[in-house]
Design a protein around this ligand. Structure first.
Ligand SMILES: NC(=O)c1ccc[n+]([C@@H]2O[C@H](COP(=O)([O-])OP(=O)(O)OC[C@H]3O[C@@H](n4cnc5c(N)ncnc54)[C@H](O)[C@@H]3O)[C@@H](O)[C@H]2O)c1
Length: 445
Protein backbone atom coordinates (compact mmCIF):
# COMPACT_ATOMS: atom_id res chain seq x y z
CA UNK A 1 0.00 0.00 0.00
CA UNK A 2 1.22 3.57 -0.70
CA UNK A 3 0.83 5.71 2.42
CA UNK A 4 1.63 9.38 3.00
CA UNK A 5 2.43 10.42 6.57
CA UNK A 6 2.09 14.13 7.34
CA UNK A 7 4.06 15.31 10.38
CA UNK A 8 7.23 13.47 11.34
CA UNK A 9 7.26 13.88 15.10
CA UNK A 10 7.14 11.00 17.59
CA UNK A 11 3.86 9.61 16.26
CA UNK A 12 4.45 10.24 12.54
CA UNK A 13 7.97 8.83 12.58
CA UNK A 14 6.99 5.70 14.48
CA UNK A 15 4.03 5.19 12.13
CA UNK A 16 6.16 5.79 9.02
CA UNK A 17 8.99 3.48 10.14
CA UNK A 18 6.73 0.67 11.40
CA UNK A 19 4.47 0.79 8.34
CA UNK A 20 7.56 0.68 6.08
CA UNK A 21 8.90 -2.26 8.10
CA UNK A 22 5.55 -4.00 7.54
CA UNK A 23 6.09 -3.71 3.76
CA UNK A 24 4.18 -0.52 2.82
CA UNK A 25 5.73 2.24 0.70
CA UNK A 26 5.80 5.40 2.80
CA UNK A 27 6.21 9.05 1.89
CA UNK A 28 6.92 11.07 5.04
CA UNK A 29 6.17 14.79 4.79
CA UNK A 30 7.12 17.55 7.23
CA UNK A 31 7.30 21.35 6.99
CA UNK A 32 10.56 21.30 8.96
CA UNK A 33 13.18 21.26 6.16
CA UNK A 34 16.02 20.64 8.59
CA UNK A 35 14.23 17.55 9.88
CA UNK A 36 13.75 16.27 6.32
CA UNK A 37 17.47 16.66 5.54
CA UNK A 38 18.38 14.96 8.80
CA UNK A 39 15.99 12.05 8.22
CA UNK A 40 17.16 11.50 4.64
CA UNK A 41 20.67 10.96 5.97
CA UNK A 42 19.31 8.39 8.44
CA UNK A 43 19.81 10.63 11.51
CA UNK A 44 17.03 10.83 14.09
CA UNK A 45 15.67 14.17 15.33
CA UNK A 46 14.82 12.64 18.73
CA UNK A 47 15.58 9.58 20.84
CA UNK A 48 13.18 6.64 20.69
CA UNK A 49 14.53 3.11 21.31
CA UNK A 50 14.51 0.89 18.20
CA UNK A 51 13.31 3.60 15.81
CA UNK A 52 16.65 4.49 14.26
CA UNK A 53 17.29 0.90 13.17
CA UNK A 54 13.86 0.66 11.49
CA UNK A 55 14.37 3.97 9.65
CA UNK A 56 17.85 3.06 8.40
CA UNK A 57 16.70 -0.30 7.11
CA UNK A 58 13.56 1.13 5.44
CA UNK A 59 15.67 3.85 3.75
CA UNK A 60 18.09 1.20 2.52
CA UNK A 61 15.26 -0.91 1.14
CA UNK A 62 13.70 2.21 -0.43
CA UNK A 63 10.35 1.78 1.30
CA UNK A 64 10.63 5.12 3.09
CA UNK A 65 11.15 8.58 1.57
CA UNK A 66 11.05 12.02 3.16
CA UNK A 67 9.97 15.26 1.52
CA UNK A 68 9.01 18.83 2.32
CA UNK A 69 5.34 19.36 1.35
CA UNK A 70 6.36 21.91 -1.32
CA UNK A 71 8.37 19.36 -3.25
CA UNK A 72 5.75 16.59 -3.36
CA UNK A 73 4.67 16.01 -6.96
CA UNK A 74 3.39 12.44 -6.83
CA UNK A 75 -0.24 11.64 -5.96
CA UNK A 76 -0.95 10.88 -2.30
CA UNK A 77 -1.18 7.18 -1.43
CA UNK A 78 -4.30 5.13 -0.75
CA UNK A 79 -4.02 6.43 2.81
CA UNK A 80 -2.83 9.80 4.13
CA UNK A 81 -2.09 9.82 7.86
CA UNK A 82 -2.20 13.13 9.69
CA UNK A 83 0.20 13.10 12.64
CA UNK A 84 0.86 16.79 13.15
CA UNK A 85 0.98 18.33 16.62
CA UNK A 86 -2.07 19.50 18.56
CA UNK A 87 -0.50 21.63 21.30
CA UNK A 88 -2.64 23.61 23.70
CA UNK A 89 -3.71 27.20 23.27
CA UNK A 90 -3.55 29.76 26.09
CA UNK A 91 -7.04 28.80 27.30
CA UNK A 92 -6.24 25.08 27.36
CA UNK A 93 -8.06 24.17 24.16
CA UNK A 94 -6.36 22.04 21.52
CA UNK A 95 -4.66 24.16 18.84
CA UNK A 96 -5.77 22.61 15.57
CA UNK A 97 -3.81 24.92 13.25
CA UNK A 98 -1.26 22.23 12.27
CA UNK A 99 -4.06 19.79 11.54
CA UNK A 100 -5.91 22.38 9.47
CA UNK A 101 -2.81 23.22 7.47
CA UNK A 102 -2.23 19.50 6.81
CA UNK A 103 -5.83 19.18 5.60
CA UNK A 104 -5.39 22.23 3.37
CA UNK A 105 -2.25 20.71 1.93
CA UNK A 106 -4.07 17.44 1.17
CA UNK A 107 -6.74 19.49 -0.57
CA UNK A 108 -4.09 21.20 -2.73
CA UNK A 109 -2.55 17.88 -3.82
CA UNK A 110 -3.43 15.27 -6.35
CA UNK A 111 -5.16 13.21 -3.66
CA UNK A 112 -6.68 10.63 -5.97
CA UNK A 113 -9.22 9.00 -3.63
CA UNK A 114 -6.89 8.99 -0.62
CA UNK A 115 -8.37 8.05 2.77
CA UNK A 116 -7.51 10.69 5.40
CA UNK A 117 -6.65 8.92 8.67
CA UNK A 118 -6.47 11.21 11.69
CA UNK A 119 -3.74 10.02 14.06
CA UNK A 120 -3.38 13.36 15.82
CA UNK A 121 -5.34 13.70 19.05
CA UNK A 122 -8.21 16.04 18.22
CA UNK A 123 -11.14 16.98 20.50
CA UNK A 124 -14.37 15.00 20.19
CA UNK A 125 -16.43 16.46 17.37
CA UNK A 126 -13.44 17.65 15.32
CA UNK A 127 -13.61 14.91 12.70
CA UNK A 128 -17.29 15.49 12.12
CA UNK A 129 -16.64 19.23 11.77
CA UNK A 130 -13.76 18.55 9.38
CA UNK A 131 -16.06 16.50 7.22
CA UNK A 132 -18.82 19.07 7.36
CA UNK A 133 -16.76 22.27 7.03
CA UNK A 134 -13.27 21.66 5.68
CA UNK A 135 -14.20 18.99 3.21
CA UNK A 136 -17.42 20.35 1.80
CA UNK A 137 -15.76 21.18 -1.47
CA UNK A 138 -17.40 20.13 -4.67
CA UNK A 139 -14.19 18.94 -6.27
CA UNK A 140 -13.17 16.92 -3.20
CA UNK A 141 -16.53 15.27 -2.81
CA UNK A 142 -16.34 14.41 -6.47
CA UNK A 143 -12.93 12.84 -5.88
CA UNK A 144 -14.39 10.87 -2.96
CA UNK A 145 -12.01 12.05 -0.22
CA UNK A 146 -12.87 10.03 2.90
CA UNK A 147 -11.99 10.48 6.59
CA UNK A 148 -11.55 8.21 9.60
CA UNK A 149 -10.31 8.72 13.12
CA UNK A 150 -7.61 6.25 14.20
CA UNK A 151 -6.26 7.63 17.49
CA UNK A 152 -2.77 6.70 18.57
CA UNK A 153 -2.05 5.21 22.01
CA UNK A 154 1.72 4.67 21.81
CA UNK A 155 3.90 5.59 24.76
CA UNK A 156 7.17 7.39 24.16
CA UNK A 157 10.09 5.25 25.27
CA UNK A 158 8.38 2.08 23.99
CA UNK A 159 6.63 3.48 20.97
CA UNK A 160 7.85 0.93 18.41
CA UNK A 161 6.68 -1.94 20.58
CA UNK A 162 3.37 -0.19 21.23
CA UNK A 163 2.82 0.29 17.49
CA UNK A 164 3.63 -3.33 16.67
CA UNK A 165 1.77 -4.83 19.65
CA UNK A 166 -1.03 -2.41 20.53
CA UNK A 167 -3.67 -3.15 23.18
CA UNK A 168 -6.39 -2.20 20.69
CA UNK A 169 -6.88 -0.45 17.38
CA UNK A 170 -9.69 2.08 17.39
CA UNK A 171 -11.29 3.07 14.09
CA UNK A 172 -13.91 5.81 14.02
CA UNK A 173 -15.74 5.96 10.70
CA UNK A 174 -18.98 7.24 9.28
CA UNK A 175 -21.74 4.64 9.64
CA UNK A 176 -21.70 2.34 6.64
CA UNK A 177 -18.20 3.33 5.50
CA UNK A 178 -16.97 -0.25 5.53
CA UNK A 179 -14.54 0.45 2.71
CA UNK A 180 -12.54 2.91 4.85
CA UNK A 181 -12.62 0.57 7.84
CA UNK A 182 -11.31 -2.28 5.69
CA UNK A 183 -8.51 -0.07 4.37
CA UNK A 184 -7.37 0.90 7.88
CA UNK A 185 -7.43 -2.77 8.88
CA UNK A 186 -5.37 -3.63 5.79
CA UNK A 187 -2.85 -0.96 6.82
CA UNK A 188 -2.46 -2.83 10.14
CA UNK A 189 -2.15 -6.26 8.49
CA UNK A 190 0.11 -8.52 10.54
CA UNK A 191 -0.67 -6.77 13.84
CA UNK A 192 -2.54 -8.90 16.39
CA UNK A 193 -4.94 -6.66 18.29
CA UNK A 194 -8.66 -6.29 18.91
CA UNK A 195 -10.40 -3.73 16.67
CA UNK A 196 -12.94 -1.31 18.06
CA UNK A 197 -15.00 0.27 15.29
CA UNK A 198 -17.14 3.23 16.30
CA UNK A 199 -18.42 6.50 14.94
CA UNK A 200 -15.79 9.23 14.53
CA UNK A 201 -16.67 11.28 17.64
CA UNK A 202 -16.66 8.24 19.94
CA UNK A 203 -13.22 7.25 18.63
CA UNK A 204 -11.94 10.73 19.43
CA UNK A 205 -13.50 10.52 22.90
CA UNK A 206 -11.92 7.10 23.56
CA UNK A 207 -8.49 8.71 23.17
CA UNK A 208 -9.23 11.67 25.46
CA UNK A 209 -11.09 9.61 28.04
CA UNK A 210 -8.25 7.06 28.19
CA UNK A 211 -5.65 9.76 28.83
CA UNK A 212 -7.87 11.62 31.28
CA UNK A 213 -8.64 8.42 33.21
CA UNK A 214 -4.96 7.53 33.53
CA UNK A 215 -4.19 11.07 34.63
CA UNK A 216 -7.04 10.81 37.16
CA UNK A 217 -5.66 7.57 38.56
CA UNK A 218 -2.22 9.18 38.92
CA UNK A 219 -3.62 12.24 40.68
CA UNK A 220 -5.78 9.97 42.86
CA UNK A 221 -2.84 7.88 44.06
CA UNK A 222 -0.88 11.09 44.66
CA UNK A 223 -3.69 12.39 46.87
CA UNK A 224 -3.69 9.08 48.77
CA UNK A 225 0.12 9.37 49.10
CA UNK A 226 -0.28 12.77 50.66
CA UNK A 227 -2.86 11.35 53.09
CA UNK A 228 -0.45 8.49 53.87
CA UNK A 229 2.11 11.10 54.95
CA UNK A 230 -0.44 12.61 57.34
CA UNK A 231 -1.63 9.41 58.95
CA UNK A 232 1.62 7.42 58.91
CA UNK A 233 0.73 4.85 56.25
CA UNK A 234 3.00 3.60 53.45
CA UNK A 235 1.84 4.33 49.90
CA UNK A 236 3.76 1.29 48.63
CA UNK A 237 1.72 -1.08 50.80
CA UNK A 238 -1.48 0.79 50.04
CA UNK A 239 -0.89 0.71 46.25
CA UNK A 240 0.03 -2.98 46.36
CA UNK A 241 -3.07 -3.77 48.38
CA UNK A 242 -5.31 -1.81 46.02
CA UNK A 243 -3.76 -3.42 42.94
CA UNK A 244 -4.91 -6.86 44.10
CA UNK A 245 -8.50 -5.81 43.39
CA UNK A 246 -8.95 -6.22 39.61
CA UNK A 247 -11.64 -3.51 39.58
CA UNK A 248 -9.12 -0.78 40.45
CA UNK A 249 -7.16 -1.14 37.22
CA UNK A 250 -3.74 -2.40 38.28
CA UNK A 251 -0.75 -0.92 40.12
CA UNK A 252 -0.25 2.79 39.90
CA UNK A 253 2.70 4.69 41.32
CA UNK A 254 2.79 7.84 43.39
CA UNK A 255 5.36 10.44 42.40
CA UNK A 256 5.99 13.96 41.19
CA UNK A 257 3.11 13.79 38.75
CA UNK A 258 2.50 13.16 35.09
CA UNK A 259 4.10 15.15 32.30
CA UNK A 260 4.88 14.73 28.62
CA UNK A 261 3.36 15.90 25.41
CA UNK A 262 -0.02 14.20 25.90
CA UNK A 263 -1.51 13.86 29.37
CA UNK A 264 -1.29 17.50 30.49
CA UNK A 265 -2.55 19.02 27.25
CA UNK A 266 -5.18 16.35 26.63
CA UNK A 267 -6.68 16.63 30.12
CA UNK A 268 -6.79 20.42 29.76
CA UNK A 269 -8.31 20.11 26.28
CA UNK A 270 -11.01 17.75 27.58
CA UNK A 271 -11.67 20.13 30.45
CA UNK A 272 -12.02 22.88 27.84
CA UNK A 273 -14.42 20.73 25.81
CA UNK A 274 -16.48 20.26 29.00
CA UNK A 275 -16.48 23.99 29.66
CA UNK A 276 -17.42 25.04 26.14
CA UNK A 277 -20.07 22.36 25.77
CA UNK A 278 -21.67 23.35 29.08
CA UNK A 279 -20.98 20.01 30.80
CA UNK A 280 -20.26 20.05 34.52
CA UNK A 281 -17.04 18.00 34.76
CA UNK A 282 -15.38 19.09 37.99
CA UNK A 283 -13.13 16.08 38.39
CA UNK A 284 -10.72 17.07 35.60
CA UNK A 285 -10.01 20.44 37.20
CA UNK A 286 -8.99 18.67 40.42
CA UNK A 287 -6.80 16.24 38.50
CA UNK A 288 -4.97 19.18 36.91
CA UNK A 289 -4.58 21.08 40.20
CA UNK A 290 -3.27 18.03 42.06
CA UNK A 291 -0.74 17.40 39.32
CA UNK A 292 0.47 21.02 39.31
CA UNK A 293 1.10 20.82 43.05
CA UNK A 294 2.71 17.42 42.78
CA UNK A 295 5.41 18.67 40.44
CA UNK A 296 6.69 20.99 43.17
CA UNK A 297 6.75 18.40 45.99
CA UNK A 298 10.56 18.25 45.96
CA UNK A 299 10.74 22.03 46.37
CA UNK A 300 8.33 21.94 49.32
CA UNK A 301 10.37 19.10 50.89
CA UNK A 302 13.65 20.98 50.43
CA UNK A 303 12.21 24.19 51.88
CA UNK A 304 10.96 22.24 54.90
CA UNK A 305 14.24 20.39 55.40
CA UNK A 306 16.45 23.46 54.95
CA UNK A 307 14.14 25.87 56.75
CA UNK A 308 13.50 27.97 53.65
CA UNK A 309 17.22 28.78 53.46
CA UNK A 310 17.64 27.73 49.88
CA UNK A 311 20.07 30.51 48.89
CA UNK A 312 23.31 28.82 47.86
CA UNK A 313 21.99 25.31 48.57
CA UNK A 314 23.60 22.87 46.13
CA UNK A 315 21.02 20.56 44.57
CA UNK A 316 21.71 17.74 42.11
CA UNK A 317 18.82 16.81 39.83
CA UNK A 318 18.72 13.32 38.33
CA UNK A 319 16.48 13.18 35.28
CA UNK A 320 15.05 15.86 33.01
CA UNK A 321 12.95 13.85 30.54
CA UNK A 322 9.29 13.46 31.52
CA UNK A 323 9.90 9.73 31.76
CA UNK A 324 12.73 7.22 31.09
CA UNK A 325 13.76 6.15 27.58
CA UNK A 326 12.92 9.42 25.90
CA UNK A 327 14.57 12.80 25.39
CA UNK A 328 11.17 14.51 25.43
CA UNK A 329 10.89 17.24 28.07
CA UNK A 330 7.51 18.63 27.06
CA UNK A 331 5.66 19.41 30.31
CA UNK A 332 8.35 17.53 32.26
CA UNK A 333 8.01 18.00 36.05
CA UNK A 334 11.79 18.61 36.19
CA UNK A 335 11.44 21.97 34.41
CA UNK A 336 8.92 23.55 36.81
CA UNK A 337 10.86 22.19 39.74
CA UNK A 338 14.29 23.43 38.61
CA UNK A 339 12.98 26.86 37.67
CA UNK A 340 11.41 27.22 41.14
CA UNK A 341 14.59 26.00 42.86
CA UNK A 342 16.61 28.60 40.94
CA UNK A 343 14.11 31.32 41.91
CA UNK A 344 14.71 30.25 45.53
CA UNK A 345 18.47 30.79 45.04
CA UNK A 346 19.56 27.13 44.91
CA UNK A 347 22.60 26.16 42.84
CA UNK A 348 21.42 23.38 40.55
CA UNK A 349 23.40 20.75 38.64
CA UNK A 350 21.37 18.36 36.49
CA UNK A 351 21.99 15.23 34.47
CA UNK A 352 19.87 13.09 32.14
CA UNK A 353 21.12 10.26 29.89
CA UNK A 354 19.27 11.63 26.83
CA UNK A 355 17.48 14.90 27.52
CA UNK A 356 20.23 17.47 28.24
CA UNK A 357 19.96 19.15 24.83
CA UNK A 358 16.18 19.19 24.73
CA UNK A 359 15.96 20.59 28.28
CA UNK A 360 18.63 23.30 27.91
CA UNK A 361 16.40 25.94 26.22
CA UNK A 362 13.82 25.64 29.04
CA UNK A 363 16.21 26.12 31.95
CA UNK A 364 17.92 29.17 33.46
CA UNK A 365 21.51 29.60 32.21
CA UNK A 366 22.71 29.27 35.83
CA UNK A 367 21.82 25.54 35.83
CA UNK A 368 24.88 23.35 35.25
CA UNK A 369 23.96 20.58 32.82
CA UNK A 370 26.55 17.86 33.35
CA UNK A 371 27.30 14.63 31.57
CA UNK A 372 27.20 12.11 34.38
CA UNK A 373 25.35 11.28 37.55
CA UNK A 374 28.28 11.69 39.95
CA UNK A 375 29.02 15.15 38.63
CA UNK A 376 25.40 16.18 39.24
CA UNK A 377 25.62 14.92 42.83
CA UNK A 378 29.13 16.24 43.47
CA UNK A 379 29.20 18.41 46.63
CA UNK A 380 25.41 18.66 46.59
CA UNK A 381 23.66 18.79 49.96
CA UNK A 382 20.54 17.45 48.29
CA UNK A 383 19.72 15.25 45.32
CA UNK A 384 16.31 14.96 43.68
CA UNK A 385 15.47 11.93 41.55
CA UNK A 386 12.89 13.10 39.02
CA UNK A 387 13.06 10.48 36.23
CA UNK A 388 13.45 6.81 37.10
CA UNK A 389 16.09 5.95 34.48
CA UNK A 390 17.59 2.49 35.31
CA UNK A 391 20.98 4.23 35.42
CA UNK A 392 19.80 6.11 38.53
CA UNK A 393 17.84 3.33 40.18
CA UNK A 394 20.70 0.83 39.78
CA UNK A 395 23.47 3.33 40.56
CA UNK A 396 26.07 2.72 43.22
CA UNK A 397 24.51 5.02 45.82
CA UNK A 398 27.48 4.50 48.13
CA UNK A 399 29.63 6.35 45.59
CA UNK A 400 26.98 9.04 45.37
CA UNK A 401 26.96 9.39 49.18
CA UNK A 402 30.75 9.82 49.14
CA UNK A 403 30.72 12.69 46.69
CA UNK A 404 27.80 14.57 48.30
CA UNK A 405 28.02 17.01 51.21
CA UNK A 406 26.01 16.62 54.45
CA UNK A 407 23.17 16.26 55.15
CA UNK A 408 22.95 14.06 51.99
CA UNK A 409 19.25 14.67 51.57
CA UNK A 410 17.62 12.59 48.83
CA UNK A 411 14.11 13.29 47.52
CA UNK A 412 12.95 10.26 45.54
CA UNK A 413 10.31 11.75 43.27
CA UNK A 414 9.39 8.35 41.78
CA UNK A 415 9.58 6.08 44.83
CA UNK A 416 12.11 4.15 42.78
CA UNK A 417 14.75 3.64 45.49
CA UNK A 418 14.81 1.42 48.56
CA UNK A 419 14.33 3.97 51.35
CA UNK A 420 15.58 1.71 54.15
CA UNK A 421 18.77 0.94 52.21
CA UNK A 422 19.28 4.62 51.46
CA UNK A 423 19.04 5.40 55.17
CA UNK A 424 21.59 2.69 55.95
CA UNK A 425 23.92 4.35 53.43
CA UNK A 426 23.67 7.57 55.42
CA UNK A 427 21.17 9.49 53.30
CA UNK A 428 18.28 11.50 54.69
CA UNK A 429 15.72 9.86 52.46
CA UNK A 430 12.25 11.15 51.58
CA UNK A 431 9.90 9.52 49.09
CA UNK A 432 6.33 10.35 48.09
CA UNK A 433 3.85 9.12 50.70
CA UNK A 434 6.47 6.87 52.26
CA UNK A 435 6.95 8.68 55.56
CA UNK A 436 10.66 8.64 54.94
CA UNK A 437 10.69 4.85 55.13
CA UNK A 438 11.47 2.07 52.71
CA UNK A 439 8.96 0.36 50.45
CA UNK A 440 6.91 -1.59 53.06
CA UNK A 441 4.98 -3.61 50.52
CA UNK A 442 1.72 -5.50 51.10
CA UNK A 443 2.02 -9.24 50.79
CA UNK A 444 -0.67 -11.79 50.06
CA UNK A 445 -0.39 -14.78 52.41
N1 LIG B 1 3.97 11.88 21.45
C1 LIG B 1 3.16 10.95 21.91
O1 LIG B 1 3.52 10.15 22.79
C2 LIG B 1 1.76 10.81 21.37
C3 LIG B 1 1.03 9.65 21.64
C4 LIG B 1 -0.26 9.54 21.14
C5 LIG B 1 -0.82 10.58 20.40
N2 LIG B 1 -0.10 11.71 20.19
C6 LIG B 1 -0.72 12.79 19.38
O2 LIG B 1 -0.19 12.69 18.06
C7 LIG B 1 -0.02 14.01 17.49
C8 LIG B 1 1.44 14.20 17.12
O3 LIG B 1 2.21 14.16 18.29
P1 LIG B 1 3.81 14.22 18.24
O4 LIG B 1 4.28 14.11 19.64
O5 LIG B 1 4.31 13.29 17.22
O6 LIG B 1 4.00 15.73 17.72
P2 LIG B 1 5.36 16.48 17.37
O7 LIG B 1 5.14 17.89 17.78
O8 LIG B 1 6.52 15.71 17.90
O9 LIG B 1 5.46 16.40 15.78
C9 LIG B 1 4.61 17.10 14.93
C10 LIG B 1 5.33 17.23 13.58
O10 LIG B 1 4.41 17.78 12.65
C11 LIG B 1 5.10 18.70 11.81
N3 LIG B 1 4.11 19.57 11.18
C12 LIG B 1 3.38 20.56 11.74
N4 LIG B 1 2.53 21.10 10.83
C13 LIG B 1 2.74 20.41 9.68
C14 LIG B 1 2.15 20.48 8.38
N5 LIG B 1 1.18 21.35 8.11
N6 LIG B 1 2.60 19.65 7.44
C15 LIG B 1 3.58 18.75 7.71
N7 LIG B 1 4.16 18.63 8.91
C16 LIG B 1 3.74 19.45 9.89
C17 LIG B 1 6.05 19.38 12.76
O11 LIG B 1 7.12 20.02 12.05
C18 LIG B 1 6.52 18.20 13.63
O12 LIG B 1 7.65 17.58 13.09
C19 LIG B 1 -0.53 14.96 18.56
O13 LIG B 1 -1.88 15.24 18.32
C20 LIG B 1 -0.39 14.18 19.86
O14 LIG B 1 -1.30 14.61 20.84
C21 LIG B 1 1.18 11.85 20.63
Amino acid sequence: MNITVIGLGYVGMVAAACLAAAGHRILGVDIDSERITQLRSGAMPFYEPGLHELVVSALYEERLRFKHPDSVTEPLGEITLIATGTPQTANGAADLSQVRSALNWIRSQDHDDTLVVMKSTVPPGTGQRVIEQEMRHAERVAAGLRYVSNPEFLREGQAVRDWQQPDRIVIGANPGDSRSVALVKAMHAGIEAPYIVTDITSAEMIKYASNAFLATRISFINEIASLCERVGASIDAVSDGMAMDPRTGGRIYAGVGYGGSCFPKDVRALDNVALTSGANVELLRSVININNRQRLLPVYALRERFGGGMEGLRVGVLGLAFKPNTDDVREAPSLDMINTLCDDGAIVSAYDPEAIDTARPHLPSSVRLVDNLLEAANQAQAVVLVTEWPEFVDANWQDIARCMNPPRFVFDGRNALDGAKMQRLGFQYVGVGRNGNGPGTAQAV
